[in-house]
Design a binder for this molecule. Sequence first.
Ligand code: PLP
Length: 395
Amino acid sequence: MAISNKIQTCITRSSWIRKMFEQGAQLRAKFGDENVYDFTIGNPSVEPPKAFHNALKELADNPQPGMHRYMSNAGYDDTRAAVAEAISSRCNQTVEAAQIVMTCGAGGALNVVLKTLLNPGEEVIILTPFFVEYKFYIDNHGGTSTMVPTLSDSFQIDLAAIEQAITKNTKAIIVNSPNNPTGVIYPAEDLKALDALLKRKEQELGNQVYVISDEPYARLAYDGMDVPCIFDCIDNSVIVTSHSKDLALPGERIGYLAANPAMAGVDSFMEGVIFSNRVLGFVNAPALIQRLITPLQHESVDIGAYEEKRDLFYAILTDLGFEVVKPQGGFYLFPKSPIEDDVAFIEMAQKYNLLLVPGMGFGLPGYFRIAYCIDKEIIERSIPAWGKLASEVGL
Ligand code: PLP
């Protein structure tokens, strides 16, 4: 086979999530769909809001001349303006369309930003546990990942650990709140303290460190909590996000990046990201879906339904004696594995047709991840299986 050694190694080491997903397909074929409890993948089971289907129908009934042509690499002006307005309405900043680039999902936006910022060998700090693709994305653009732990009892930002990890080669830090896989939300005071730390380090070491705020779960926050606006906390920040989760459109690959107007050198950053979006081959985010999401910037899926599933699952696990930090947003739980070896634990779980992802897949062994973006009824039906698993490990 002629594929590169590097890609071969990446495939071998990569994604536990995909691996478990494939195993799930095998179990389903053997035991039937209704007897397999697949909590592996963050693929929302809910449908997009009605407003999306209305916009789709409206567009199909009234096609606009030229609506399928190439456009400016940054996206449609009115789409960028609608996104800028939505961000301005939740932040204490006025963001302009000029600071927005429409992208192919948050994954596309992350690649565009990393390509724009990184010189070969520069370091990007990622906080464990983290979304597994970060390491590949950083490597795509010649960077090096520096893994920094979060606080072990809360998964919150550990400023002292970040301070220790910053070198004169550090170019960026990726923060993800609400977090995949833990569901924690970083409070504004911690983000402001991070800003102060980065400014102090800049004085000391001379390099500017950019905060890349990966926030596809920003609208999925519970208990009445708001996710702090990163622009209000950190000057050198950029938002990367998508409508994969809040409008349940992951297959449509629509997202955007937004630069903080207060970022040092924001105009050259924007020039850079527009160029990178082009030469990564995305050219522009898909035309049709840009038009569809333009009027939907204040819409979202039913957040209450996710909160209900979080409450249900959290109660099931804690009643059985699992240790878990209660998620504040997103749609994942990240409990402690009751036995030290998280891979052995998820293999044990498979005997009861429970499909989970080991913490090592997120850079933090000793835990496991549950994705609860599935029908409530499946969660309820899985309760006896959880009971048997808990007994087997002595909970
Ligand atoms: N960032 C995080 C933390 C995610 O969990 C995901 C997807 O699950 C992404 C980025 C990528 O999202 P998208 O589908 O918008 O590319």
